[in-house]
Design a protein around this ligand. Structure first.
Ligand code: F6P
Length: 545
C-alpha cells in the first residue's frame, strides 16, 4: 500500500463530499443517464449503485484509492497462493476450490488443483451412494436424513446454501445442529430415526467445543439406539485434522479433507459443502462452483469501473469510511436467502472486524461495518421504519431475482419485485413536508390536523441503497452471488489495509468459557472473578438448587 498516495486520495474524497453535498432526488432529475452511469452488468447480473450519493468524481477518487492500495497486486497475490494471511502464515485459496480445470498451482509443495479434484470426486461418489441408497445405515435402510454438526464457517455456509437451493433439493432431508445449547440437538433428534440418519461432523480444527460436544452426544444417541457397531455407517466427517477425526472413530472412507489455506468462513465450496451436495446432487453442486469460478474470473479481469466485487467494495468503503455509516443492511427479497444475512455476518464481520493493520499498527480508518438483515418483505414490517425515518443513516443492499421458481405464483413474485423497487425508490426520494401536506389535504383532513401530523409523515429521503438483480437464483447464479460478496470483503479489507483472513477476536471468549466451566459446575470457587461474573454464577447456582 502506498500510504502517502492513499492518504492524499482519502483526503480528496472527504473534501469532495464536503464540497458537493448531494441530493439524490435532484441528481436523478438533473441526469437521465444516472442509472446507466452508476450501474454495471456481468451477464444478467446487475449492480445498481445509482441510488448511492456518488458522482463521477467520487468514483474516480475511489478507483484512485484502489490503485494506491495496490488492489490488483494483492488480488494477484491471493489467487497465486502467496501467504497473504500473515498472522497465520497461510495462503488464501478458496478460489482454488472452484477452479476445477486449473493446473499448475503449487502451494508449499502441494498440487492444489489435483487435491481439490480428488476430494470433490470422493465427495461426489459418497453423495451419490447416499442419495441412491447404495450406502445404507447399519440395518440396511436408506438414509433419509442428514444432520450436519458444525458451527461458524462449518455451518453457516451449508445451511444458507441448502435453503437457497431448495428448488433443487431432491436428496435426503438436511438438518443443521450448531449451538452448544442441548436444545438444538434435542429438538433435531426428536423427529429422527437413528436407522436412517447420517451425521456429518464438520470442523476444520476438529477441536471446536460446540461441535465436539454435539458430535459426542450424537454418537451416544446412535450407540443407544443401534449399538456401538452401528457408528461407522452413521457418521462421516469433514476436517483438516485427519488425525483427530481418526481418533473420534470415523471410518477413513467417510472422511473428506480440506486444507489450512481454506478459511472456515470461505469453506462451503469444498468438503464443508458435503451436506449441500447430498441434498442437491453433485451436478448442481458443481454448477454452484462453476458460477463462483466465473465470478472469480470476472473479479480478476474486469476493469475496476465494471468489476462488480470491486465496485461493491469501493461503495462499502465510501459508506463506512467517508460517510461514516457504521452499519449496512442486506435485504434479500428472496425467502430462500433468509440465512444470507447471517452468513454474511460471519463472512464480513469475522474478516474485517479488526483494529490493527497489516504492519501491526493501529487502524487509521474505521474498518468493517455492522452487517445485518432479514428477507424482504418481512423486514418492511419490522425495522424498515428506522431505515426510513430513524436518526441514523444505514445503507441498504437489496438483492432480488427477476424470475421466481414458481411460475404458477408469478403474482407473488411481481408483488415481491414491486416492493423491492419501491423501497429503494422511497429511501432515495423520501417525502417532503409539502408533499405530505398535499396528500393529507387531498384526503379531506382538516388543516389543523394536517399541521400537527404532517411532520410525522415526512421522509428525509436521500438515504443510500444499492440493488443486485439477476435472472433467477439457480445454482450457478447463487455461486456468482456468494463469490461477489467474498471478493467484496477482500476489497474492503485491502482498503482498510488489514488481514481479512484471521479471527483472533473470537479466541478470548473461548478461553474464558473453558476456564469458567468448572466454576459453573461448582467445582471451583467464583470468588476470584470480578463481582458481576461471580454474581451471575452465584445466581445460576441458586436457581439450580
Ligand atoms: O468462530 C470462530 C471459528 O474459528 C470460525 O472462524 C470457524 O468457522 C468456526 O470457529 C468453526 O471452526 P471449526 O470448523 O474448526 O470447528
Amino acid at each position: 500500500m502506498d500510504r502517502t498516495a492513499f492518504d492524499k486520495q482519502l483526503a480528496s474524497l472527504r473534501a469532495h463530499r464536503a464540497a458537493t453535498p448531494m441530493n439524490m432526488r435532484e441528481a436523478f432529475a438533473a441526469d437521465p443517464d444516472r442509472f446507466e452511469r452508476f450501474s454495471a452488468l456481468d451477464g444478467d447480473l446487475l449492480l445498481d449503485w445509482s441510488k448511492c450519493a456518488v458522482d463521477d468524481r467520487t468514483m474516480e477518487l475511489l478507483e484512485g484509492l484502489a490503485k494506491a492500495t495496490d488492489l490488483e497486486g494483492r488480488r494477484a497475490a491471493m489467487f497465486s497462493g502467496e501467504h497473504i494471511n500473515i498472522t497465520e502464515d497461510r495462503a488464501v485459496l478458496h478460489t482454488a476450490l472452484r477452479n476445477l480445470d486449473g493446473k499448475g498451482l503449487t502451494v508449499d509443495g502441494q498440487d492444489v488443483q489435483k487435491d481439490v479434484r480428488s476430494v470433490l470426486d470422493a465427495m461426489s461418489a459418497f453423495a451419490d451412494a447416499i442419495r441412491s441408497g447404495k450406502a445404507t445405515g447399519h440395518t440396511g435402510k436408506k438414509i433419509t436424513d442428514i444432520v450436519n454438526i458444525g458451527i461458524g464457517g462449518s455451518d453457516l455456509g451449508p445451511v444458507m446454501a441448502t435453503l437457497a437451493l431448495a428448488p433443487y433439493h431432491d436428496g435426503p432431508r438436511t438438518h443443521y445442529v450448531s449451538n452448544i445449547d442441548g436444545a438444538h440437538m434435542h429438538d433435531t433428534l426428536k423427529g429422527l430415526s437413528a436407522e436412517t440418519t447420517l451425521f456429518i461432523v464438520a470442523s476444520k480444527t476438529f477441536t471446536t467445543v460446540e461441535t465436539m460436544t454435539n458430535a459426542e452426544t450424537a454418537r451416544r444417541w446412535v450407540e443407544a439406539k443401534l449399538g456401538k457397531e452401528a457408528v461407522g455407517k452413521h457418521f462421516a466427517a469433514v476436517s483438516t485434522a485427519l488425525d483427530l477425526v481418526a481418533k473420534f472413530g470415523i471410518e477413513k472412507d467417510r472422511v473428506f479433507g480440506f486444507w489450512d489455506w481454506v478459511g472456515g468462513r470461505y469453506s462451503v465450496w469444498g468438503a464443508i459443502g458435503l451436506p449441500v451436495m447430498i441434498a442437491v446432487g453433485p451436478a448442481n453442486f458443481r454448477a454452484f462452483l462453476a458460477g463462483a469460478h466465473e465470478m472469480d474470473e470476472h473479479f480478476r479481469s474486469a476493469p475496476l469501473n465494471k468489476n462488480l466485487p470491486a465496485l461493491l467494495g469501493l461503495i462499502g468503503f465510501w459508506h463506512r469510511v467517508v460517510c461514516g455509516y457504521p452499519a449496512r443492511a442486506v435485504i434479500p427479497y428472496d425467502q430462500r436467502l433468509s440465512r444470507l444475512p447471517a452468513y454474511l455476518q460471519q463472512l464480513d464481520m469475522e474478516s474485517n472486524g479488526k483494529s490493527v493493520m497489516l504492519d501491526s499498527s493501529k487502524a487509521v480508518t474505521p474498518t468493517g461495518p455492522l452487517v445485518w438483515g432479514e428477507p424482504g418483505t418481512n423486514g418492511q414490517h419490522a425495522f424498515f421504519q428506522l431505515l426510513h425515518q430513524g436518526t441514523d443513516i444505514i445503507p441498504v443492499e437489496f438483492i432480488a431475482a427477476a424470475v421466481g421458481h414458481e411460475p404458477d405464483l408469478k403474482h407473488h413474485h411481481d408483488l415481491l419485485l414491486a416492493n423491492v423497487v419501491a423501497q429503494s425508490e422511497a429511501l432515495m426520494k423520501g417525502r417532503t413536508l409539502e408533499e405530505a401536506r398535499t396528500q393529507m389535504l387531498a384526503k379531506g383532513m382538516k388543516p389543523e390536523q394536517v399541521d400537527r401530523i404532517a411532520p410525522h409523515r415526512v421522509f428525509s429521503g436521500n438515504r443510500p441503497s444499492l440493488t443486485i438483480l439477476y435472472r433467477k437464483l439457480d445454482p450457478r447464479t447463487f455461486g456468482r452471488l456468494i463469490a461477489i460478496y467474498e471478493h467484496r470483503v477482500f476489497v474492503e479489507g485491502t482498503l482498510y489495509d488489514i488481514n481479512s483472513f484471521d479471527q483472533w477476536g473470537v479466541e478470548l471468549g473461548k478461553e474464558l468459557a473453558t476456564s469458567l466451566l468448572p466454576v459453573v459446575e461448582g467445582k471451583e470457587n467464583a470468588a476470584k472473578r470480578d463481582a458481576s461474573t461471580a454474581g451471575l454464577i452465584g445466581h445460576i447456582h441458586r436457581l439450580n438448587e
